[in-house]
Write a protein that binds this ligand. Structure first.
Ligand code: SF4
Ligand code: FES
Length: 396
């Protein structure tokens, strides 16, 4: 239970125990997301990684990740989600999955699937992998491969999804939805049934980072969102017991914001490829915040409890009006700090997804105009800061 560079004797669980009241409120999360790498063969324009991607050379080593996994298990974490970028781009993934099993963590692989072979997937299953989640960009190659910015990606995903079930691993299909693929939703639901998935996540794009840069190309129309809700509701009833469907409503068409990540620093953290402990994927986009690393002298438990950046927006004490005196403040905790920073320029502002935000109307009118203008060109995600789409360059 120590930090990677050694631990002072008063660190870690001892600190948690001494600070019981804080620990009770912000106990160690049950599940943690390990972003093993930002490297990825896909270039999705809504990628949740930061615009400033961590280069391969800064990634935690195999030994560092193994130490992190041991430490997580020791402090009471039960599940580890291996994510990225593309986690299978790490050559040591089987070793890391094996280590997660050895220390008693339930492991989930969140993957684009395009780098997997049947042998590799089988080796991961033998190492104790418990669950596979594959992202799909659509239901047919012409749309899906163009969104992913990679030819033949869709076909490969279908193949890997079949191997997953042949190896008797549970499968979740993750479908990120936006203006350019929402018309395929019924077919995507059927695809998930045909692939024998246990669960389908219908995730409307959340607009920070890369997705914010691509908002004009991705923003759905109100009619599309109404139709989506209808399709999801009908399918959820029809497929009860066959396919569980999770549905994330897009902020831009909600009246009140979501309780992002269940609250800042409250029930979740992710570890970036370079080892920073973050309250959400997008937190590194907030200027001026210093997130501590597992490479520091502190243990993970100490960082979770004491990190200045994690404590900054915990609870409701940081709020300004209108959140400060709002009856919903304990329910949504003021929404998303990253969206507030991206759209209002102030991470402590009310999330503009809320109708009570002074800039709600202006920002959402602009989004509506963008959806209606239907400029469909993407800015693809990459280490160069993004590449504008040119006709015929990407996809099928
Ligand atoms: Fe939530 Fe703040 Fe809006 Fe109230 S004003 S609903 S607390 S975001
Ligand atoms: Fe960072 Fe919502 S994505 S707080």
């Amino acid at each position: 239970m120590s930090g990677l560079a050694g631990t002072p004797p008063t660190d870690g669980l001892a600190v948690l125990e001494q600070r019981r009241s804080t620990a009770e409120t912000f106990g160690i999360p049950l599940a943690v997301l390990a972003e093993l790498t930002h490297r990825c063969p896909l270039q999705c324009p809504y990628c949740s990684n930061p615009i400033e991607l961590d280069r391969g050379g800064t990634e935690l080593t195999t030994a560092e990740w193994k130490k992190v996994l041991s430490e997580l298990a020791e402090i009471g974490v039960l599940q580890i989600h291996f994510s990225g970028g593309e986690p299978t781009a790490r050559k040591d993934l089987v070793e890391l999955v094996q280590h997660a099993s050895d220390v008693g963590l339930y492991s989930n692989l969140i993957t684009s699937a395009v780098l997997l072979t049947r042998e590799k997937l089988s080796a991961l299953a033998d190492a104790g992998l418990c669950h596979v989640q594959i992202s799909f960009q659509g239901n047919e190659p012409s749309v899906a491969d163009r969104v992913a910015g990679l030819k033949n990606a869709h076909e490969k995903k279908i193949e890997v999804a079949r191997w997953t079930r042949e190896l008797e691993l549970p499968l979740t299909v993750n479908a990120v939805m936006h203006r350019q693929n929402l018309h395929q939703l019924s077919d995507i639901i059927q695809m998930a049934v045909d692939l024998d998935a246990d669960r389908l996540e219908v995730a409307n794009v959340q607009y920070y980072g890369w997705a914010l840069k691509n908002r004009a190309a991705l923003m759905p129309t109100l009619e599309q969102i109404e139709e989506t809700s209808r399709v999801v509701e009908e399918a959820a009833v029809r497929l009860k017991g066959t396919l569980a469907i999770d549905y994330v409503v897009p902020d831009y068409y909600a009246l009140r914001p979501k309780k992002c990540m269940g609250g800042w620093g409250r029930q979740f953290f992710n570890i970036s490829p370079a080892g920073k402990i973050l309250p959400c994927h997008a937190a590194e986009s907030l200027n001026g915040l210093e997130f501590e690393s597992v490479r520091s002298n502190h243990s993970i438990a100490w960082i979770w409890q004491n990190s200045e950046a994690l404590n900054l927006y915990r609870g409701t004490g940081w709020m300004k009006e209108p959140c400060k005196s709002c009856e919903f403040r304990e329910i949504d905790l003021g929404g998303c700090r990253c969206q507030a920073f991206a759209l209002a320029g102030d991470a402590a502002a009310t999330d503009p997804a809320c109708t009570l935000s002074p800039i709600h109307a202006k920002i959402f009118k602009q989004a509506e105009r963008e959806a209606a203008a239907a400029d469909n060109r993407f800015l693809y995600r990459n280490f160069a800061g993004g590449t504008p789409e040119t006709e015929g360059e990407h996809g099928a």
